[in-house]
Ligand binder design. Structure first.
Ligand code: PEP
Ligand code: MG
Length: 548
């Protein structure tokens, strides 16, 4: 047995075989063939399909955001059509009488190795584009249009790191646990793992992950332990822990239908965060009182084209209708930083978390934003809906948003489409927003504090960078004071204040938040009942020397 240690992101026990995912090339096995010409043809057909796909993307992006920015797809087309690549693949197939996938994986390694030796920094930065093109060609060869990783059976997914887009595309039924060598606790991949209720550990001290592919393993998410080929003793221990977790969850069921009210009578709204409509059954099963954060950007991730108004409208409407009158707070697109999509983020930024993300991207690409606003306004007539805006740092941003909402309503009226009148919320996740919260409150029906970003921006510590972990401390006095200031400003202006960042789910903080006056806590659905139980156990009556 080998025991590896990582950092806990989400608790839970899992057993299964390890699948090492290294961006599409792991599952490629060499297959000998007597018909190399057929393999060459398969490769050529896949390249043609890839070029067509890229052409479509290029046209679409050109229409939506201008030709200049669609250039990335032109460039990817050139990579797909590169004679050097084609020659290498064909030669490999002919010399080795093997399948096209294997030949491509070999040629791709040589290709990216050549690029990484180039002097020109810009060209070197094209490596990711090359990998993207190779993935597309592979996808077209496999007749399987799904994004990687394609999992054939339930596995413990082991990877250096995976992007939020890749995580959202995972077949949840087939991922028993996620073990990352890199990763960080507050990254969006970690957030997804929590909301999907998949045991997850990051920064695991595995050195040669590929060697573990196919081996039997066990994961203890809470302790951050990853056992490869566990002993009988460890298996028994893990099974016992698994039994206890199940029992605890079962006991929590008696919280269903009860109020989230403290002993001294404070009623707190306990809401759930969701990333996709697939999360809805869990939200209802766990009796969340509403949805406090629907991260809509997950609709946009790992797709090749932007979701159109009709598609977005249908998704929002179904979520809203599914909540049967309970409040639903939908956040507009928060793309950028660690959540990138090929059709929106074109310019490589040295410091993306400080760059074109969230509301900034939407205001820079108003036509795209209008599509989402129209879909949201239409869907809002199906229930109790609020729209909220991420990454606000200035009053002019929210004023511009209001103008765009008016414009969206005008277009909808002209198009003869019905729409509702949702409430408007502002996410407080930059220190600037806290400082000007009273001014911002003039434009908002509520505030929702995003502690993940508030921590990152207050402490100048990249939430996705494992080396920054000791600095990315949401319990830092500065962050807690900013939360307190936000609540005071919101209440002074007569609007409620919630928390939807990860800190909201930390039960050791619940009492403090309630004492500070927080009105709503929005957390992963799987934790709703334990938070309700915690709230019901608290007595927050002012006591001398206790609390804030
Ligand atoms: C936050 O920043 O706390 C938040 C809720 O938004 P996200 O994690 O999606 O950036
Ligand atoms: Mg945020």
């Amino acid at each position: 047995m080998k025991e590896y240690r990582g950092k806990s992101v989400h608790e839970g026990i899992a057993f299964g075989s390890v699948c090492f995912f290294d961006r599409g090339y792991t599952d490629i096995v060499r297959v000998d063939t007597a018909y190399p010409q057929i393999e060459i043809k398969r490769f050529e057909t896949a390249v043609t399909k890839t070029v067509l796909e890229l052409q479509e993307l290029c046209e679409k992006a050109g229409l939506l955001v201008g030709d200049e920015k669609a250039e990335i797809f032109e460039m990817q087309k050139m990579i797909a059509l590169d004679d050097l690549l084609a020659e290498d693949v064909k030669k490999y197939i002919l010399d080795n009488s093997c399948n096209a996938e294997y030949a491509l994986s070999k040629a791709a390694n040589d290709y990216t190795a050549r690029i990484s030796l180039l002097e020109d920094e810009l060209l070197r930065a094209r490596n990711e584009d090359c990998l993207d093109v190779f993935r597309k060609i592979l996808k077209h060869m496999s007749n399987d249009e799904a994004e990687e990783p394609v999992l054939k059976q339930p596995v413990i997914l082991l990877a250096t790191d995976i992007s939020p887009g890749e995580t959202i595309n995972l077949d949840k039924e087939k991922v028993l646990a996620i073990v990352l060598l890199g990763g960080s606790e507050y990254s969006h991949t970690a957030i997804l793992a929590k909301s999907l209720d998949i045991p997850c550990i990051v920064q695991t001290d595995v050195i040669c992950p590929a060697n573990l592919h196919g081996k039997e393993a066990g994961v203890d998410g809470k302790e951050g332990l990853f056992y490869v080929e566990p002993t009988e003793e460890i298996i028994t221990e893990l099974k016992e822990k698994q039994r206890q977790i199940r029992k605890r969850l079962q006991n929590l069921q008696n919280m269903v239908g009860l109020e989230s009210r403290t002993k001294d009578g404070r009623l707190i709204r306990v809401f759930a965060n969701i990333e996709t409509p697939d999360d809805l059954p869990k939200v209802k099963e766990q009796d969340a009182e509403g949805i406090g954060l629907f991260r809509t950007e997950f609709l946009y991730l790992s797709r090749s084209i932007y979701p159109e108004e009709e598609e977005q409208f249908a998704v929002y409407r179904d979520v809203i209708a599914g909540m049967e009158g309970r409040p639903v707070i939908i956040r507009t697109l928060d793309i950028g930083a660690d959540k990138t999509v090929p059709y929106l983020s074109y310019v490589k930024e040295d410091n993306p978390a400080m760059g074109m993300r969230g509301i900034r991207l939407c205001l820079a690409q108003k036509q795209l934003f209008l599509i989402q606003l129209k879909a949201l306004l239409r869907a809002s007539s199906y229930g109790n809906v609020s729209i909220m805006f991420p990454m606000i740092s200035s009053v002019w941003e929210i004023q511009t948003v209001n103008e765009l909402i008016l414009e969206a309503k005008k277009i909808l009226t002209e198009e003869g489409k019905n729409f509702g009148n949702p409430k408007m919320g502002i996410m407080i996740e930059t220190p600037a927003a806290v400082v000007i919260a009273e001014e911002l409150a003039e434009y908002a029906d509520f505030f929702s504090i995003g502690t993940n970003d508030l921590t990152q921006y207050t402490l100048a510590a990249d939430r996705t960078n494992p080396a920054m972990d000791i600095y990315t401390n949401p319990y830092h006095e500065a962050v807690l004071r900013l939360i307190e200031m936000t609540v005071k400003s919101g209440h002074k202006k007569g609007i409620p204040v919630g928390i939807c960042g990860d800190l909201a789910a930390d039960l050791t903080m619940t009492e403090l938040f309630i004492r500070l006056g927080v009105d709503e806590l929005s957390i992963p659905a799987g934790k709703v009942l334990s938070l309700r139980k915690k709230i019901r156990s608290l007595d927050c009556t002012e006591k001398k020397g206790k609390g804030k």
